[in-house]
Design a protein around this ligand. Structure first.
Ligand code: CMP
Length: 140
């Protein structure tokens, strides 16, 4: 399988509960390597731009408020089949449906406060990485 890069966010609910290390361990144990990461406090414009694909969904307002409430960690994960692997490690969007051992099963509070975001396809991974990182920040 090809080496891929994908984009990941450790969301405010998880950062507030001091879960950055535990969540990174899940990714690392699955063979995903953080090649770039930074802690930021998203602006409203960033959150609205990043989630623009959801702007007509009923949960958009709440999603933006949750994402700007407190800091997040944005990161690029690299590894074999990283896009699908990341989604496997995260588990289903709704923690009620997430499999045992996944990040969302273990840590998520609700569908909104679901601890992590991950790109869903190669095109979105490339767009989302570019949204938060310059090329020279991806240090391999
Ligand atoms: P994420 O992977 O970050 O992508 C969009 C986010 O919207 C999703 O995770 C959830 O946190 C949030 N969300 C809130 N309500 C819903 C819903 N009903 N369906 C899908 N996503 C939702």
């Amino acid at each position: 399988m090809a080496i891929e890069r994908t984009f990941s966010i450790i969301k405010p609910d998880a950062v507030r509960r001091n879960l950055i290390g535990k969540i990174l361990t899940k990714f690392e144990d699955a063979g995903l390597r953080p090649i770039a990461l930074k802690k930021i406090h998203m602006t409203r414009a960033q959150a609205e731009g990043f989630y623009a694909v959801h702007k007509d969904r009923p949960f958009f307002g709440e999603l933006v408020e949750q994402m700007i409430a407190s800091p997040v960690v944005v990161q690029v994960l690299e590894g074999e089949g990283a896009i699908l692997k990341n989604r496997d490690v995260m588990g289903a969007t709704n923690p009620a449906n997430a499999a045992e051992g996944t990040i969302r099963k273990e840590f998520a509070l609700s569908i909104g406060e679901n601890s992590v975001h991950g790109s869903d396809a190669p095109e979105t991974a490339a767009q989302e990485i570019k949204f938060f990182f310059n090329d020279d920040e991806l240090v391999g």
